[in-house]
Design a protein around this ligand. Structure first.
Ligand code: UDX
Length: 454
């Protein structure tokens, strides 16, 4: 039996949300395969705790919750996050002190999600190396840097001027002012404050980003210069780790059987990730548009993802009638397997970063319907930089849904996008193969973690 105490320990601190937990667990698994012990320090959240316990070979510790629930409900997302960071410093220090007291528990590094910057105080106090992990794109990190230097009042005035909105951010082609992700975090001022905190590297020695040079070379080079710490761009992580997705919701595998019965490259897969919501009216328009497109489709409708409606079951009945035999609906799908299925041809996505990486790696072009924050930026990259998808803007309305599906699934335009995404897939795969940029970055990270002594 292996003696885990002899291995050097990495403490990972994820954000308790699917899109953040998944890459963090993948990083843990990849480091475990290089001989490190992995401890996940997680906040006291029932949903996430129970699903994470399935990850074999990881240890788990809980960071006690210090932000009272009633208080957190009143805050906007940016304020909530800053409060959480303020109030979690002491309890995380206590966690680390307990871990260090355990015999042979030598901590090689604390790697924390960039939003969990409270970890840095413990790393500093106990003189432990620390690394930031950005689970989303390099470009969003660039945007946070830009936002952190803006004046809220001036920015709001500037954004009323159409010329200013379209203006390029200096030295940051192809980013325009209007691409800066400011929606979905509540009022602007706390968001800019939050950005200041998130881009502050404090005493961290490096930042890991789940991306690759072939996707975002200019943003990565910019960050390397701007941050003054090592940037390890080692994504997409799910290709380097053999971990099964740590899914927070139960996957319905019946959809794979349904896909098995469909013609090759005939299905459009629709999923809006783990957080996005749609209004009842939009769901019905979406259902009609999909049905009218005459393409078979697999649609993930997550519990609680429909707003302004309490009778979800009867709405689902209504949607099922509209979509009839062409559509198949599940509450949660094994997404990577679905995207890699030979029957799938297109992906209607909210453009979460993980979904984008997964879609590119399976060579599936996209219809982008971003909801908030960085998703709009990701969608801009899909449509205008990599040219592997189209965006659907404005109100969700059956005609525009039908047209978008047909453009992607039936038109030459869609076929060209498919060619380009296959090309990008090849580049991305090359970057994680021996000698590729992500492969080398991971190697360097492991060397750093092995040689860096307290
Ligand atoms: C959130 C933000 O929305 C996103 O923009 C950010 O980049 C990460 O945090 P989320 O909305 O959940 O993430 O989207 P995404 O990043 O795409 O992650 C969703 C994950 O859930 C993917 O790994 C996907 O494979 C998985 N998934 C989704 C399933 O396994 N099954 C499903 O049915 C839907």
């Amino acid at each position: 039996m292996e003696n885990r105490a002899e291995k050097r320990r990495i403490v990972l601190v994820p954000v308790a949300a699917q899109g953040h937990v998944t890459p963090m667990m993948q990083l843990g698994k990849a480091l475990q395969s290089k001989g490190f012990s992995i401890t996940i320090a997680q906040r006291q959240l029932k949903q996430i705790s129970s699903s994470l316990q399935h990850v074999p070979g990881f240890d788990f510790v809980t960071i006690p919750e210090s932000l009272p629930q009633f208080e957190s409900k009143k805050l906007g997302p940016a304020e909530f996050l800053m409060n959480l960071n303020r109030t979690s410093e002491a309890s995380f220090k206590e966690c680390i002190s307990q871990l260090l007291l355990q015999q042979g528990n030598d901590i090689a590094c604390i790697i924390y999600d960039k939003l969990m910057y409270f970890c840095e105080a413990a790393a500093k106090d106990f003189n432990l190396p620390s690394i930031i992990f950005s689970t989303s794109s390099a470009t969003i990190q660039v945007c946070y840097s830009v936002l952190s230097k803006l004046n809220a009042e001036k920015f709001l005035t500037d954004m009323k001027d159409p010329e200013m909105k379209d203006k390029m951010l200096e030295g940051l082609h192809p980013l325009r002012y209007s691409d800066l992700p400011t929606s979905g975090f509540g009022p602007l001022e706390p968001l800019l404050e939050m950005c200041k905190e998130v881009v502050n590297t404090r005493t961290a020695s490096a930042i890991i980003i789940n991306t690759a040079y072939c996707l975002e070379s200019s943003s990565l080079s910019w960050l390397q210069q701007e941050l003054g710490i090592t940037v390890y761009s080692l994504g997409p992580l799910h290709t380097t780790s053999s971990l099964l997705e740590p899914s927070l919701l139960q996957e319905d595998r019946s959809c794979v059987e349904w896909l098995n019965k469909q013609k090759p490259r005939s299905v459009i897969y629709i999923s809006l990730g783990s957080k996005a919501h749609m209004e009842t009216k939009e769901m019905l328009e979406m259902a009609w548009g999909l049905a009218n497109s005459n393409q078979p489709f697999l649609w993930v409708i997550r519990p609680g993802s429909i707003l302004s409606f309490d009778g979800t079951e009867s709405l689902l009945d209504e949607i099922s009638k509209i979509v009839s035999e062409r559509g198949y609906i599940v509450k949660w799908a094994p997404q990577i397997e679905v995207l890699g299925h030979p029957a799938v041809r297109g992906f209607w996505s909210h453009c979460g970063w993980n979904s984008i990486l997964e879609s590119i790696l399976e060579g599936v072009p996209m219809i982008c319907r971003p909801f908030q924050g960085e998703q709009k930026l990701n969608a801009m990259y899909v449509e205008s930089v990599w040219r592997i998808g189209i965006q659907v803007g404005g109100e969700v309305e059956r005609g525009s849904v039908e047209r978008a599906v047909k453009r992607l699934m039936m038109d030459e335009e869609g076929a060209a996008m498919r060619e380009r995404v296959l090309d990008l897939k090849e580049k991305l795969n090359a970057s994680v193969r021996s000698g590729g940029s992500s492969y080398n970055a991971f190697d360097e990270l492991v060397k750093y973690l092995n040689t860096n002594q307290r």
